[in-house]
Design a protein around this ligand. Structure first.
Ligand code: GDP
Ligand code: MG
Length: 759
C-alpha cells in the first residue's frame, strides 16, 4: 500500500486534514520510544487505498525536539511515497520555511495550501499557480475544515507519488552555496541517499549529521577557517536560516495580496456588538432558543388563552363535524403555535385515514387478529410517530435558519468564553448544537476537533442534545406531565427538558475533564462569517432531505419494530395468542427487568402494567421514535383489552399513565432517561466508528451510567420537592456540598499530578 505522510507546522490543520481523509479508519498509537502521538489511517477514494501518516507538527527539520527528529527520520528512513506538506496560507512565510527544508530531500512532494476559506473570507488572494511554478512543486488550495479541495489534493499526490523527485534548494544564491555543492558532490560519491539535504544539514553543523559523516565534516571545518561573514561569523546555521527567510520574503510572499482593511463597522459587526456581548450574549441565546421551542410546541402561542380564558369550541357549542375538527387544529381555547397546528393537522389526517382503513377491514370481515395487528399494532404505532413528523420539521427549520444566518457560529464563540475554563472549547459546541437535529452527522463533525480527549467527551455528550427523533418523547410525555399537574400545556416542560439535557452535558464534561479526559483546552480561533439571510432554496433542500429521512424511517425500521412489538405483546411463551397483555412475552420480559428501574420511578412501584415504560425505553434503542410508537401500539391494545383504563380522548401516554399509576416525577425521570441513555443503533454505530479501537465500551458504559444516575437523582429530588420538607432541604444541601467538595478534591489532585504528554 502506498504511504503518504502529512507534514507541517503545529496548528496548520494536519490533524483536521488527517481526520477528513481517513475518517473512521484512523488508528492512534505512539511513536517508538516517545509519547508523541502516531496517527495512521487509510484513504480509500484514490485508485488504490493509501495509508496516511500524520507526522508530528514541526517548524523545521533541525534535531532539537523529538517531534523534529521523528518527522525527519520518517521521511529519510521510511521513504513515504509522497509527502503532503500542509501550509497554513494565513501564515505563509513562517510555514514555507519548513517547506524549503523538505524540498531538499529526494522525495515526491505536494503542497496543500490550507485554510483557504479564511484567506478568502478576509478578502486576500494567493497566486497559487505562480507559487507552484516558483517552487517547482504542485500546490493545491484546500480547506481541511470545510473539506474543499481534498479530492484534487489526493489525486495530485497520487500522480506525484509515481515520479521520482530530486531535492532542490532555495540556497543557490547564498554565499556558501559552493560549499554546499562541494559537500553534496562528496556525499554523492559515497552513495549517500538524499545528498543535498545531508549536505546542507552538515554545513549547518547539525548534531546528527556531524556524527554520521565524520570525514566529510572536515571539509566544512576547513572552509570555515577562511570564511567570516560580517553578520553571522561562522554560524552557518543562522546564516542558512536567514538566507531561507530572505528568499521566501523576496520570491514567495509577494504572491499573496492582502485586501485593504476598511475601518467602518459593517452591519454585521454592529449586530455582533449586541449578539455576542459579554453579558447579553447568553441571555439572548436562551431567549432565541425558547422562542424556537415556543413556536414548535406551544398550545397557546400568544398566551391569550391563559390570560383571558378564551372559550373552547365545546363552550361555543359548535357541532362536531369534519369542518370544526379542522378548525380545532388551529384554535381551541387558545391559538396554537405553528408546530402544534401542523401536528394537529397531521394527526387529523392520519386518524381519519386510519379510521377508514379499520372500517374497511371490518366491513370486509377481517379476522380479529388481523384487525388487532393492523389497527392496534401498525396503525397505532405509526400514527403516533407520523403525527410528529411536521413538528420535527418545524424545529429543524428554525435550527437550520440559525445555522445558515451565521448565528450558530456566534453561539460557539459565546459559549467558548464561558466554558473554556471548564475545559471545553467553542469548537466542540458546534457538533453538540448540531446534535439537536441528528446525532449522526454531529458525531462525524467531531473529526474537526484536534484533541483526542476533547473529541471523546464531545462524542459522548452529543446525544444529550436531544435530537429530532426524541422530540415525540419529550412533547408527548411532557404533555402528560402538564396534564397531571393541571398546568397549561407541556411546552415549558419540553423546553426545560432540553435545558436539562444541555446541563447534563455540561456537568458531565466538567467531570470528565477533571478525571478520565484531562488535558489542556485547544485554542479556538474562528473567523465569524458575516450574517446573511438564509437562502430559501437551501433551506428547502435541507428540510426535504430530513423529511425523507424521517418518513423513510417510519415505514421501514419503525414499521418492522412495531409489528414485532405487537407480536410480542399478543403472544405468550407457548406461541399462542393471549387475550391478556400481561401474560404476553413482552410483558414477562418487561417485568423481568422492571425492578432495575425502581430508583427511577418506573420500576416495581407501578402496578401490573408498569412494565410498559421499561419496554418502551428499550425499544428506543432501535430508533428513538419507537418509544412513542410502542406507546401507541400498547395503548391501542390496552384500550381494546381493558376499556375501563382507556379514557375517551386520552393521548397514548395518558392511557399509559392511567393504566400504570405512574407519578409525574417518574415521567420526568423517564424523559431524562431516554434523553441521556444509549442513543439509537445508527448513532451508536457512528460513535463507534469515530472512537479509537477498544475504547468504545467506556462510552457505552458512560451513557448507561449517566442516564441511570441522572434519572434516579431527578426522580428522587423531584419527588422530595413535591412534598417539600426540612429533610429534603437538608438532604439536597448535603448532596450539593459533597459534590462540590468532591470536584474540588479532584481538581486539586489533578493540579498536583499533571498528565504527561498532554500539549
Ligand atoms: P495540527 O496541529 O496541524 O494538527 O492542526 P489542527 O488540525 O489541530 O488544526 C488547528 C486549528 O485550525 C483547529 O482549530 C482547526 O479547526 C483549524 N483549521 C484546520 N484546518 C482549517 C481550515 O481549512 N480552515 C479553517 N478556518 N480552520 C482550520
Ligand atoms: Mg495535530
Amino acid at each position: 500500500m502506498k504511504r503518504f505522510a502529512l507534514a507541517g507546522n503545529p496548528n496548520c490543520g494536519k490533524t483536521t486534514l488527517f481526520n477528513c481523509l481517513t475518517g473512521s479508519t484512523a488508528h492512534v498509537g505512539n511513536w517508538p520510544g516517545v509519547t508523541v502521538d502516531k496517527r495512521e489511517g487509510t484513504y480509500k477514494k484514490c485508485a488504490e487505498p493509501i495509508s496516511i501518516i500524520d507526522l508530528p507538527g514541526i517548524y523545521s527539520l533541525s534535531p532539537y525536539t523529538p517531534e523534529e527528529v521523528i518527522s525527519r527520520n520518517y521521511i529519510l528512513d521510511e521513504k513515504p511515497d509522497c509527502v503532503i506538506n500542509i501550509v497554513d496560507a494565513t501564515n505563509l512565510e513562517r510555514n514555507l520555511y519548513l517547506t524549503t527544508q523538505i524540498m531538499e530531500m529526494d522525495v515526491p512532494m505536494v503542497i496543500a495550501l490550507n485554510m483557504m476559506d479564511m484567506v478568502e473570507k478576509q478578502g486576500d488572494k494567493i497566486d497559487e499557480k505562480e507559487l507552484e511554478r516558483r517552487l517547482g512543486i504542485p500546490v493545491v488550495k484546500i480547506s481541511a475544515l470545510k473539506g474543499t479541495g481534498l479530492t484534487e489534493l489526493m489525486e495530485k499526490a497520487f500522480e506525484t507519488s509515481s515520479k521520482e523527485r530530486k531535492g532542490k534548494t532555495v540556497l543557490e544564491g547564498c554565499e556558501i552555496y559552493h560549499l554546499i555543492s562541494d559537500v553534496r558532490i562528496a556525499l554523492d560519491g559515497q552513495n549517500v541517499a538524499n545528498p543535498l539535504f545531508h549536505a546542507i544539514k552538515l554545513v549547518e553543523n547539525d548534531e546528527i549529521e556531524v556524527q554520521m559523516h565524520s570525514t566529510t565534516i572536515k571539509m566544512v571545518d576547513e572552509f570555515k577557517q577562511s570564511f567570516n561573514n560580517e553578520l553571522f561569523g561562522t554560524d552557518f546555521e543562522a546564516l542558512v536560516a536567514d538566507a531561507r527567510y530572505k528568499y521566501i520574503s523576496k520570491n514567495y510572499s509577494p504572491l499573496m495580496t492582502k485586501k485593504e482593511k476598511g475601518v467602518k463597522l459593517s452591519k454585521s459587526d454592529k449586530a455582533d456588538k449586541v449578539l455576542t456581548n459579554k453579558w447579553a450574549g447568553i441571555p439572548i441565546f436562551i431567549v432565541i432558543l425558547f422562542a424556537i421551542f415556543h413556536l414548535t410546541f406551544s398550545e397557546d402561542l400568544f398566551y391569550l388563552g391563559s390570560i383571558f380564558s378564551l372559550p373552547t369550541l365545546e363552550d361555543l357549542g359548535v357541532a362536531e363535524n369534519f369542518g370544526t375538527a379542522l378548525l380545532a387544529c388551529f384554535y381551541d381555547g387558545a391559538i396554537f403555535s405553528p408546530g402544534v397546528i401542523l401536528f394537529n393537522l397531521m394527526d387529523l389526517i392520519t386518524s381519519t385515514v386510519f379510521g377508514w382503513i379499520t372500517a374497511g377491514l371490518e366491513s370486509l370481515g377481517a379476522a380479529e387478529w388481523a384487525l388487532s395487528l393492523i389497527g392496534d399494532g401498525i396503525l397505532g404505532g405509526l400514527g403516533g410517530v407520523l403525527s410528529f413528523v411536521p413538528q420535527i420539521i418545524v424545529l429543524l427549520l428554525f435550527l437550520s435558519i440559525l445555522e445558515d444566518t451565521g448565528y450558530m457560529a456566534r453561539v460557539a464563540f459565546i459559549l467558548d468564553r464561558i466554558f473554556r475554563r471548564f475545559g471545553v472549547s467553542g469548537r466542540a459546541f458546534i457538533p453538540m448544537i448540531m446534535g439537536f437535529g441528528c446525532s449522526i452527522p454531529a458525531m462525524v463533525n467531531t473529526r474537526t476537533l484536534a484533541d483526542e480527549r476533547e473529541r471523546t467527551l464531545t462524542l459522548r455528550t452529543i446525544p444529550f442534545f436531544s435530537c429530532g427523533a426524541k422530540l415525540p418523547i419529550l412533547t408527548a410525555v411532557a404533555g402528560a406531565v402538564a396534564h397531571i399537574l393541571g398546568a397549561g400545556d407541556g411546552s415549558i416542560i419540553s423546553f426545560l427538558m432540553y435545558v436539562v439535557g444541555m446541563a447534563v452535558a455540561i456537568v458531565s464534561i466538567i467531570l470528565m475533564r477533571s478525571t478520565t479526559q484531562r488535558g489542556e483546552v485547544s485554542p479556538f480561533i474562528m473567523e465569524l462569517p458575516a450574517y446573511h439571510a438564509p437562502s430559501f432554496k437551501g433551506l428547502m433542500i435541507h428540510l426535504w432531505d430530513k423529511t425523507k429521512h424521517y418518513v423513510k424511517k417510519v415505514f421501514t425500521i419503525i414499521l418492522a419494530s412495531t409489528i414485532l412489538v405487537w407480536f410480542l405483546s399478543n403472544f405468550n411463551w407457548s406461541w399462542a395468542m393471549t387475550g391478556d397483555i400481561n401474560d404476553s412475552i413482552l410483558a414477562s420480559l418487561g417485568q423481568f427487568v422492571q425492578p432495575l428501574f425502581t430508583p427511577l420511578g418506573f420500576g416495581s412501584q407501578l402496578n401490573a402494567q408498569g412494565w410498559v415504560f421499561v419496554v418502551a425505553a428499550v425499544t428506543g434503542l432501535i430508533a428513538k421514535e419507537e418509544v412513542i410508537a410502542t406507546f401507541g401500539t400498547l395503548a391501542a391494545i390496552f384500550a381494546t383489552a381493558a376499556p375501563e383504563i382507556a379514557v375517551e380522548g386520552a393521548t397514548d401516554v395518558m392511557t399509559m399513565v392511567l393504566g400504570t399509576g405512574i407519578t409525574w416525577p417518574a415521567l420526568i425521570a423517564f424523559i431524562i432517561f431516554n434523553m441521556t441513555t444509549i442513543p439509537c443503533f445508527a448513532a451508536v454505530a457512528a460513535a463507534k466508528g469515530e472512537t479509537p479501537k477498544g475504547k468504545f465500551k467506556w462510552t457505552l458504559l458512560f451513557w448507561v451510567a449517566t442516564s441511570y444516575i441522572v434519572s434516579a437523582i431527578s426522580y428522587t429530588a423531584i419527588t422530595m420537592f413535591a412534598s417539600w420538607s426540612l429533610w429534603s432541604i437538608l438532604a439536597t444541601l448535603g448532596i450539593i456540598i459533597v459534590s462540590v467538595v468532591a470536584v474540588l478534591l479532584i481538581r486539586n489532585y489533578n493540579k498536583k499530578h499533571p498528565v504527561k504528554g498532554v500539549k
